[in-house]
Write a protein that binds this ligand. Structure first.
Ligand SMILES: *Cc1c(COP(=O)(O)O)cnc(C)c1O
Length: 424
């Protein structure tokens, strides 16, 4: 069944129990699956029949949740992973090898930045970083002969830059390479990158999708729109000898990328999500469309309160009129961006630390984007491995506080902030 509206997709998509089957997606806590004959199992190994044989590759619980997320983002298929980091790594390794080059926004999440700046470089995959608000000309000039992928976040964590996704897609396609967008912060409720030309979407499902900070996870979604037969991606368009010479683009058509991600990358590297985490993620997805608007409404109230407070030096929230991204937000995500607001308190790093320590409702945690209000000082935590220049390129100042507004009553969140600011 397919549904028109995203609210219904959140609740219904991905799982259709037959007569007498459990109404709720069951947790299939089994690594392995039984077959009557070796031939029946052999057909699965040859990718000739669909089915389950080992949870590292696929599992019924995860399969249902993957179908739901693919539907939410408007893709042809999805693959869950053990974390958001594993999702991004799976995308890159699925189409890049030593000697290749990728282009990445410098304002991406700290872990992603390190992955591109160091770990992948050590593996021979080079990266050029571009500013989050890069111009079309600058972006076009960053491509090389061996460029295989462009990567950005739709709304960056934590600097809250909003990417011009349509322009990124246009440049990537002009050079025959796909665009991958990390859509963790807006979620498909507020923004669907595929509708603006993105070819692959990734999420850290550990954030809003789960929404309760209980299950680490990630997901890769394939739009099915990219033409992998343009000569740059032989791993998809020529025989794969490790799978009896299958040519992914011929056998799987629009689902070539996501099929290879599973049969090759998941098979060999194994960053699979656990069925239990898949079940928990699905509970989060069922209320995503209720939570996200509330996060945004509360964040707007918090941002406006901060903007009106004398002790606050600056406030960054892309939905604010004062944001340099206001017009872009109206174009791409008019219903809201995310629940995260960042700000700087007058008095620099010391004042920021004092303010954080005075908060009572808002907890200091590394996490972001769940139902409970929480906050973080990136310069001394998530981004502490970065040099001052890298911090600046990522749009992070030493006094910056990342404030993840939860779905409590906004009045209580603001009262907590107010007493903490008064304490500085
Ligand atoms: C948290 C985060 C990640 C990494 O995800 P994990 O689930 O922690 O591995 C990647 N991208 C963004 C935007 C994030 O916020």
């Amino acid at each position: 069944m397919s549904y028109k509206n995203i609210e219904t997709k959140c609740i219904q998509s991905g799982y259709e129990p037959k007569n007498g089957e459990p109404r709720v997606i069951p947790i299939v806590q089994s690594t392995t699956f039984k077959y009557e004959t070796s031939e029946a199992m052999g057909a699965l190994f040859d990718l000739e029949a669909a089915g389950f044989f080992y949870t590292r590759l696929a599992n019924p619980t995860l399969d249902a949740v993957e179908k739901k997320i693919a539907d939410l983002e408007g893709g042809v298929g999805a693959m869950l992973t053990s974390s958001g980091q594993a999702a991004t790594l799976s995308v890159v390794t699925n189409i890049c090898k030593a000697g290749d080059h990728v282009i990445c926004s410098s304002a991406v999440y700290g872990g992603t930045f390190n992955l591109f700046a160091k770990t992948l470089v050590d593996l021979g995959i080079d990266c050029t970083f571009v500013a989050a608000d890069v111009t079309e000309e600058e972006l076009n000039n960053s491509f090389k002969e061996n460029t295989k992928l462009v990567f950005t976040e739709s709304v960056t964590n934590p600097s809250l830059d909003v990417a011009d996704v349509e322009m990124f897609a246009k440049c990537a396609h002009a050079h025959g390479v796909p665009l991958c967008v990390d859509n963790t912060f807006p979620t498909p409720i507020n923004f669907r990158p595929i509708e603006w030309g993105a070819d692959i979407v990734v999420h850290s499902t550990s954030k809003y999708m789960d929404g309760h900070a209980v299950a680490l996870g990630g997901v890769v979604v394939d739009s099915g729109n990219f033409d992998w037969t343009n000569g740059k991606f032989p791993m998809l368009s020529t025989p794969d000898e490790t799978y009896h010479g299958v040519v992914y683009t011929e056998q799987f058509g629009k689902a070539a990328f996501i099929t290879k991600a599973r049969t090759h990358i998941m098979r060999d590297m194994g960053p699979q999500m656990s069925p239990m985490n898949g079940f928990l993620l699905n509970l989060g997805l069922e209320t995503l469309f209720l939570r996200i608007p509330r996060h945004c409404e509360n964040a707007m109230k918090v941002a406006e309160f901060l903007e009106s407070n004398d002790k606050i030096e600056w406030v960054n929230y892309p939905s604010l009129k004062s944001s340099k991204y206001y017009d872009r937000v109206q174009k791409y995500m008019p219903n809201g961006t995310c629940g995260v607001v960042s700000f700087g308190v007058k008095g620099g790093r010391k004042a920021a630390e004092k303010l954080m320590a005075s908060l009572k409702l808002a907890a200091i945690v590394t996490h972001v984007a769940d139902a409970r209000t929480c906050c973080l000082h990136p310069a001394s935590s998530t981004h502490r491995q970065m040099t001052d220049e890298q911090l600046e390129a990522a749009g992070i100042s030493p006094s910056m506080i990342r404030f993840s507004v939860g779905i409590e009553n906004a009045e209580d969140i603001i009262a907590d902030l107010k007493q903490a600011i008064d304490n500085v």
